[in-house]
Design a protein around this ligand. Structure first.
Ligand code: ZN
Length: 294
C-alpha cells in the first residue's frame, strides 16, 4: 500500500503547529502547543507524528531561524544563532527525524508560507511572502523555486530609509544586530518602543501606523525591484487590519512613483489566500510530497 499522508511542522518562536494532510493536502489532524524548551517541544512533535507513522510519506518543517538549510553542511537542519533562549545550535531536524524512516524537508517558516501561497494561486509562480509580526521575515519564490544560495534569504533585516518622524526622534529600531533594519523599525516591538503602548492597543488614528506602513511599503518596493514578483503577500496580524493594507498600498505607489509597470495595487499587494494562517501548512504538505517523490 502506498503511503498517503504528508506531515507539516510549522516551528515558530511562540508555538509549534503540527499537522498531517491527505493526498489533496486537506488537513486530517492539526495540533499546536507553545514553544517551551527544545527537549519538551520536540518530544511533543515526535509524539504527534508517531501516531501517523505507518502512513506518512514525508514531512516538511518550516522553522523560525536563522537555520542551516545547506544539505552539505555539518549543521544541516540546525537552528543556528537565534535570540530565542535555549534554541541556539539545536539540531531540530535531526532530533525529530531520528525517530522516523521517512524523508524530511527543511526550510524557513516564511518559505513554507510562500510555497503555500503559490499553491493556492493559479498561474502564480513568482511570489514574495512577508510576515509582519513580533519579527519580520520573507520568503521569495521564482519560477516555483526558493530564492537563496548558500543559505536562506533574510529580507526582514534589510536597511531602510528612516521616516522623518523617526529621524527627528533619533529612533533607529530595536534590532540588536542592525541600526535601522526593517524588522527593528516595523515589527511589533518597534511600535511599543516608540509609543510605550502595545501594538494591539494603539489607536487607529495614531501616526505610528503611517510610520510602520512607510517601512512595509519600502519592503514591497525592494521586493518589486529585486524580484519582479507577480504578487506580494503580507501575512501576520498587523496586515490583517484593512487600514494597514490601504496605507501600505498608497505608500507603495507613491514610493515606486510609476517607475515600473506592476499589476493593480489591490491585486499586487495582498493578504494570504489561504485562510486561518494555513499558508505554511499547505506549503509544507506540498514540500513533503516533493521530498517523498525525490
Ligand atoms: Zn536586523
Amino acid at each position: 500500500m502506498t503511503k498517503k499522508l504528508y506531515g507539516s511542522l510549522e516551528a515558530g518562536g511562540t508555538k509549534f503547529v503540527c499537522a498531517v494532510g491527505d493526498e489533496n493536502f486537506q488537513v486530517v489532524e492539526k495540533v499546536q502547543f507553545p514553544t517551551t524548551t527544545p527537549y519538551e517541544t520536540i518530544a511533543k512533535t515526535v509524539e504527534f507524528f508517531k501516531k501517523f507513522e505507518d502512513d506518512l510519506a514525508g514531512v516538511a518543517i518550516g522553522s523560525f531561524g536563522p537555520i542551516d538549510i545547506d544539505e552539505n553542511s555539518k549543521t544541516y537542519g540546525y537552528i543556528t544563532k537565534t535570540p530565542k533562549p535555549g534554541w541556539s545550535d539545536v539540531d531540530l531536524v535531526g532530533l525529530i527525524a531520528k525517530d522516523f524512516k521517512v524523508p524530511f524537508y527543511f526550510t524557513t517558516d516564511v518559505n513554507s508560507s510562500a510555497y503555500g501561497e503559490v499553491m493556492a494561486r493559479k498561474g502564480v509562480e513568482n511570489l514574495v511572502y512577508y510576515t509582519i509580526g513580533t519579527g519580520i521575515g520573507a520568503g521569495a519564490i521564482q519560477r516555483g523555486e526558493f530564492i537563496g544560495g548558500v543559505g536562506h534569504t533574510e529580507a526582514g533585516h534589510t536597511y531602510m530609509a528612516l521616516h522623518p518622524q523617526d529621524q527627528a526622534n533619533e529612533f533607529h529600531g530595536v534590532c540588536p544586530f542592525h541600526n535601522g533594519c526593517l524588522e527593528g523599525l516595523a515589527a511589533g516591538p518597534s511600535l511599543e518602543a516608540r509609543t510605550g503602548i502595545r501594538g494591539e492597543l494603539i489607536e487607529q488614528n495614531s501616526s505610528v501606523w503611517d510610520v510602520q506602513a512607510y517601512y512595509i511599503a519600502q519592503a514591497a518596493v525592494q521586493a518589486t525591484l529585486l524580484y519582479r514578483p507577480q504578487v506580494i503577500v503580507f501575512g501576520g496580524g498587523v496586515m490583517a487590519q484593512e487600514h494597514m493594507l490601504k496605507r501600505v498600498r498608497d505608500k507603495f505607489s507613491a514610493l515606486l512613483n510609476g517607475y515600473l509597470p506592476v499589476p493593480d495595487v489591490t491585486d499586487y499587494i495582498v493578504t494570504p489566500a489561504v485562510a486561518e494562517n494555513g499558508s505554511a501548512t499547505l506549503g509544507n504538505f506540498a514540500l513533503a510530497k516533493k521530498v517523498a517523490e525525490r
